[in-house]
Design a protein around this ligand. Structure first.
Ligand SMILES: [Zn+2]
Length: 332
């Protein structure tokens, strides 16, 4: 019998308190309830270690967002407004603190990855982050969890060369904007073509600016794109690009809304594609980064597909991992 694999799952019960209800908003607490149900399934064949993050300190948030924006965000939440900036970005009284907790998950994941380099780490957070820009909430996102994590990894641990792979169905405009001038952070996104999809950015021609030219790779897919196209793009474009870049660490923006049953995009992925992502990403992490990889949840709105895709992705990550050392924490 093969040794049991370990998944470190970083999440917080308070993420369920981020209120977006009304008007059939798709980004709802039930998304994480679905993920938590699936964890029980994964726990049948793997060890699951659950960790709760702290709020990210303000200094790490300020590395990506403006002080004025943070003040406006906090005030909007505390004064009882139902949305921030655009009706898509619904919020409740606790949303500001919960967003700080969501940003904290990536930082906790990085601390763990530094202590346990081959640990398999998934951060299940709400609200998501990859559309949030320096001074703008967008697409259900308030704080850019992935971008904040990348800066933290650089500033706290001096990991300069960071690759971010974003497989959410939508382009992560906020991550791109944060690092498009940086020669040290390589943003690679595979998403539905911006002509057909929110937020309308992420054309293949957008490849970075100034010193960051060549450090943004946008791979666009037409509506209806299936697993094979994505697998080909991954092995023919993403893997060689990382071979050249040689990242020290990997951060994954994991959105599951490219699933064929998720109507937030026109993509037609199967759940098994996410197992492929997991396997390939674990292998890339071992090849380039001594296993230092963290994954942070972005989108995924069709609940059964989100749950199944999450399970396949984690199974893929775990399938090829080497067993990590023992950590003293709470096990399910
Ligand atoms: Zn998305």
């Amino acid at each position: 019998m093969s040794p049991q694999k370990t998944l470190f799952h970083i999440s917080h019960s308070r993420y369920l308190q981020h209120e977006t209800d009304g008007d059939d908003h798709p980004e709802i607490p039930a998304r994480l309830e679905e993920v938590n149900c699936q964890l029980q399934r994964l726990a049948r064949t793997n060890q699951i270690i659950c960790l709760e993050p702290c709020e990210a300190e303000r200094r790490w948030i300020l590395a990506i967002h403006s002080n004025d924006y943070l003040l406006r965000f906090e005030e909007t939440a505390l004064t009882g407004h139902s949305y921030f900036g655009h009706p898509d970005n619904r919020l409740g009284y606790y949303t500001y603190e919960i967003a700080l907790l969501a940003a904290g998950a990536g930082l906790a994941g990085i601390d763990l990855a530094e202590k346990e380099p081959h640990a398999t780490i998934f951060c299940s957070v709400r609200p998501p982050g990859h559309h949030a820009e320096k001074s703008m909430a967008l697409g259900f996102c308030f704080l850019n969890n992935v971008a904040i994590a990348a800066r933290y990894w650089q500033d706290k641990y001096q990991r300069r060369r960071i690759a971010i792979i974003d497989f959410d169905a939508h382009h992560g405009n906020g991550i791109q904007a944060a690092f498009e001038e940086s020669p040290e952070v390589f943003y690679l996104s595979i998403h539905e073509h911006p002509t057909f999809s929110f937020p309308g950015t992420g054309y293949a021609e957008e490849n970075g600016t100034g010193a960051g030219i060549g450090m943004t790779l946008n791979i666009t897919l037409l509506p209806g794109a299936k697993d094979t196209e994505v697998q080909n793009a991954f092995t023919r474009q993403i893997e060689p690009a990382l071979e050249d870049f040689k990242p020290e660490v990997l951060i994954i923006a994991a959105g599951f809304d490219g699933h064929r049953l998720d109507d937030m995009s026109g993509l037609a992925y199967s759940s098994m594609l996410y197992r492929f992502f997991g396997q390939e990403i674990a292998a890339l992490g071992r090849r380039h980064c001594q296993g230092r990889v963290i994954t942070i949840l972005e989108g995924g709105y069709h609940l059964p597909s989100l749950g199944e895709s999450f399970t396949e992705y984690c199974s893929g990550l775990l399938q090829s991992t080497e067993e990590v050392g023992k950590c003293s924490s709470v096990a399910l």
